[in-house]
Structure formats: C-alpha cells, structure tokens
Design a protein around this ligand. Sequence first.
Ligand SMILES: Cc1cc2nc3c(=O)[nH]c(=O)nc-3n(C[C@H](O)[C@H](O)[C@H](O)COP(=O)(O)OP(=O)(O)OC[C@H]3O[C@@H](n4cnc5c(N)ncnc54)[C@H](O)[C@@H]3O)c2cc1C
Length: 462
Amino acid sequence: MVSPVLSRIAVRASRQLGRQRASFGPRTIVRAASSKHPNGFVPPTQEDLTELRDRVQEFTRREITEEFAAKVDRENEFPPEMWQKLGEAGFLGITVEEDHGGLAMGYQAHCVVMEELSRASASIALSYAAHSQLCVNQIRLHGTTQQTEKYLPGLVSGTAVGALAMSEHGAGSDVVSMTTTAKEVDGGYILNGSKMWITNGPDANYIVVYAKTDPKAGSKGMTAFIVETKDDSGKVAKGFSVAQKLDKLGMRGSNTGELVFDNVFVPKENVLGQLNRGVKVLMSGLDLERLVLSAGPLGIMRACMDISLPYTHTRKQFGTPIAFNQLLQGKLADMYTAYLTASSLTYTIAAAVDNGTPAHFLTPHSLFPTAENLESDSRDPSVKSQDCAAAILYAAENATKCALDAIQCLGGTGYVNEVAAGRLLRDAKLYEIGAGTSEIRRVIIGRTFNHMYAGKATAKAQ
Ligand SMILES: Cc1cc2nc3c(=O)[nH]c(=O)nc-3n(C[C@H](O)[C@H](O)[C@H](O)COP(=O)(O)OP(=O)(O)OC[C@H]3O[C@@H](n4cnc5c(N)ncnc54)[C@H](O)[C@@H]3O)c2cc1C
C-alpha cells in the first residue's frame, strides 16, 4: 500500500512536473479538526509521522551534514539555495493546502520537520520556522483567497522567502506597545517605523508586518499587513531597508535584521485579517509559533545526545569508558529523560491541535469546570495558550541544560569549537528568549490560573 506521506509528496511532485494528479486510496475522514487546518484535513497517523521523520533525516544526511552546519555557523550566512531544496522536499508548506503546493499534514508533522532540521542545524531550522510557520502559516490562516493564491505558491516552493515582524527596539515582551504606524492613504497605507530582531528579515520577499492603524486605541488599533519587501529580481521596495544584520551569540547563519520602513506604501488588499484586529492575528499566531518552535529545542537535545553518547562510550579514563562512571551516567540519563518529557509534551499538544480535541491533562474544563471555563474551551477546544507556552518553556530550558551537560561530558573536547557542543549551547539559549521569553511564558501560564480562580478582572489587573 502506498503510504499517505509518500502519496502527498508524490502528488505534489507530479504537480510540479505537470503530470496528472496521482490517485490514492480512500482515507478515513475523521473530521476537519480545528479551525487551524485546511478544510477536510485528516490528522496524520503515527506511521505517516514516522515516515516523514525518515524523509527529513534522509534530507539532513544529504543536505545538512555536520561540516555544513559548522560552516553556516562560522560564516554566519544562511545558504540561499537551501530555500529551494526545502521547497522541493515539500517541507515549506507542511500546514498548507495541497492546492497551494503544501502537504496539509498539520502541526505534529510540522514539529517533526522542525525537530529533525534543528538536530542537524538549529540556525537553518530557526529560519525555516520563521518562514514556514510565522509567515506561511499566518498567511494561510488569515489570508483572503486572493492573498493565499498570490503568496503561498512561491513561499511553499522556496522561490520566495518569508518573515514576520512584530518586535521593535522598545517593544519586545510588551509587543503591543509597538510604535510602527500605518496611515491610511488613497488605495492603501503608508508604513513608518522600524522592527528589530527579525529572522529572515535581510532576505525576505514577503514580510507579515504589524503596525498601528489607530495608535490611540492600543491593542484595538493594530493591523497585520503582507509587505512585499523584495521582488523576484531582488529589487527592494521603495522606502524599505535593512539597517543592520545582527551579529548574534548563536543561531548564526539564521539571518536576523533590523528593518526600517520609511514611507513604505502597502496596497489595501494586503491587509492580513481585519483592520484594527491585528492583535487577534498576532496572538493566535504566537500560540502555534510557540508550539512548532518547541520542536527546535527538542532537536538540539537530540543533537546533544548524538554527540555525548558515542563520545562517552569511546573516551577512556582510568581504564574504562567514561560512560561507565555513574556521575556521567546521571548526566546522560537526565538528558534522555528531559528529551522524552519535553517531546511527549510537545507532541501531545500538537496532536490535540491536529485532532481538534483538548489535551486531556490540562484544560480549564477538566480542572475547574466553571461556566466561564466551559465557554472558553468551546471557543477553540484544541489550542491552549498555556499549553503552547508550557511546551516551549520546558523544552527550551532543558535544551540549554542538555547542551551544558554535553559540554561537561566531553570535557576539554567539548570546550573546543571543532565539536558542535558549544554551538548547541549558543543556539539553545535563543529559545529562552525568542517567541516570548521564559518569564513571559510563565506569566501566560500563571494568568490562566488567575483567570480560573479569580475571574478576568483580577487577572487583567496584574
Ligand atoms: C535571534 C532572535 C530572533 C528573533 N526573531 C524574531 C522575529 O522573527 N520576529 C519578531 O517579531 N521578533 C523576533 N525576535 C524578538 C523576540 O521575540 C524578543 O527578543 C522577545 O520577545 C523579548 O523581547 P526583548 O528582547 O525586547 O526583551 P525585554 O522585553 O526587554 O525583556 C528583557 C528581560 O525582561 C524580562 N521581562 C520583560 N517583561 C517582563 C514581565 N512582565 N515579567 C517578567 N519578566 C519580564 C524578560 O523575560 C527578559 O528576561 C527575535 C529575537 C531573537 C534574539
């Protein structure tokens, strides 16, 4: 029997080649899961996900070798040809409709790709996530038919690069305090302001940009836009510039920029979602972003074990492999346990989103079945801000710890740049900062409890 993953990839490939659509056997339609998926979405089976994982591993063995990952880190430059390679492999449109060239496989599948790419090169994977989740998935979720038809095919095939810009120098954790403005003019809007720390910003063709359309209205005066910053020939939009590409501690090779918008015109048909409802677009995107990005630190943890397990079993001191020393066994066991715990959390939550069912272990309904909590569950039973925050909080902090343990297991060798352990530590730390810091993730989880116990008024007063 042809497996569903192979079928989806084959269908995509046959379309690219202009051949007739391959037909594959009927599948059991469970239901259209949550509103976060294409119509008729069928959650993947474990077999699908295993096969996808095998495919990504084949890809990384071929395209992102250890030497290549080290070079990307050393040169601090994203390999531009990687976009098309990722596109041809089908990885850039994991959550996107097949009509737009995607695989329509959902969020568990997106986590699988993110984890395996991160295991090979966390910085390439970070750029991958900014493109395929922050930009592509936001356009897929909130775009009009005209917008999705115009932008998704190029982004999914890898001929165009995507990014998302919300953060500013003065508006990071408190992102709603942003000062970039979009003033209405004849036929569209004029954007003015600057954005900071934007992944793929220096390379992007299309950027989802958040700006204030009614600055006095606070969170109710923000709008999302699709901004075409660079055309196919590489010509940069009038008024747009990259003030600087940032020289970072880690995630080197994932190009991060400070972007300037100086009277950039955006046509009105490029408003993403509703006017002045950008905060809704932003917040719903942040939950899924945290979920998919939590697979980044999972990949880093795997990479830590990939280095530490063979090394500690071959390196001998006092006449025996150092892995037979119980103090090092403790470190290896802790790495393994942290990975298993974090991956169980991430994939359980991703499965809940794919299946349209709340994760059973933490829902307002199951813990505190008040009328308000039942109502909040019924709005979207599958995506819980506190669960997405918990997934990345736990994975990120444990990835940093794993990387520190990997360096310790390797001793002096771990402290030398020739091996990847140091890079893994530098890369892992980003996940405690990007997509909302560890502190903000704890605030999100804490606020949920405040809502449950004390009602909204008290929670807002915090
Ligand atoms: C490599 C990289 C890539 C990024 N990519 C993107 C991107 O593609 N698009 C984008 O829009 N943004 C991006 N960011 C920005 C990122 O989301 C912000 O850096 C992050 O939200 C933190 O904001 P800040 O840096 O301004 O820190 P601050 O908000 O200034 O926080 C500094 C410290 O204060 C703490 N703090 C702040 N407020 C509170 C509070 N209320 N309670 C407790 N502690 C608090 C924080 O947790 C942190 O420890 C990226 C950042 C990095 C480093």
